[in-house]
Design a protein around this ligand. Sequence first.
Ligand code: GRG
Length: 327
Amino acid sequence: MKNIKEWELGLRDKIFKINNRLIEVVSSVEPHLDEMAKYTIEAGGKRVRPILTILSYSISGKNDYDYILDLAVSNELVHTASLIHDDVMDSSEMRRGRETLYHKYGIYNAIVVGDYLFTKGYELASKYGKDVAKVLAWGASKLAEGQVREYSNMGNLDISEETYIKIISDKTANFFAACAQAAAMAGGADENTQMNLHQFAYEMGLAFQITDDILDIVGDQGVTGKPIFNDIKQSTITLPIIYALNHGNKYRSELRNLIVNPSGGKERDERIKSILADSGALDYSFKQAKFHSEKSIEYLGKTGKSPSLDTLMDLSLLVIDRVSAAL
Ligand code: GRG
């Protein structure tokens, strides 16, 4: 298994081209919009979705990856638009290591910049034909469904693991699936390959989101670029909490009290963290992430040999690797 640095190095030229093209396509004749759109793009991000798009295309696509660059960029724009709107909904102050657009420029500007990136994304995707654009529209509509389902379950301490999986399927995994499937489609892959890549990316997306939710508890803001314990602060109940509430009899009422009581600061956070560790909730959640990562690789194995296969596999393993050092 390669470490993250090596993996990034192997993709450096692609990430460089993605970043340049992103800046190019968000340019606007309206200087303030231009400034805000570029502020958001220049904050960076892992660029997982555009990389997933390029590699999924390479499984069957005959052209150089330049051909699929705009679809990759389109997917990053839709994702970034959703993050901007998410930060408005959560009143978040930090994202990608800098002040959120919402906090710096205000709510009205954040809504419009999100809309702008979203439409720019669709303009680019339309180049690949209506079937490809339709898959992406499906993925983006799932983002919205997931977001609303999550919002309506805020503070719901009785939320089931099944509902949690439904939420993260839509807010994360189905969009990953749409990125991979649309790219395979644009590369002329047969239907079987398209579906295997869809399933691969879906399972990887579940692993990615579960990992993200663990990192919200045990992560380091310097690495993730966003504050930790944000989910609990927002009353978003994620897998570690669900597990501990359902399996840690000893801690159940204490944990419920700690979650509903926002005071207590760092001490409260540390206590929640130790309950989640002692009840086995963090280990269980990591096992679930690992399970989905392994499942994703099974689907990948069904797509047939190609040069980008190993890198896609590394991507799925890296998704869960982000958390193993923190546990
Ligand atoms: C369709 C534009 C649009 C919006 C729909 C607000 C909203 C409604 C959806 C938001 C859904 C959401 C917040 C999903 C989070 C998914 C997720 C895992 C985000 C973090 O992704 P990373 O870690 O972030 O890839 P970076 O910053 O690295 O790109």
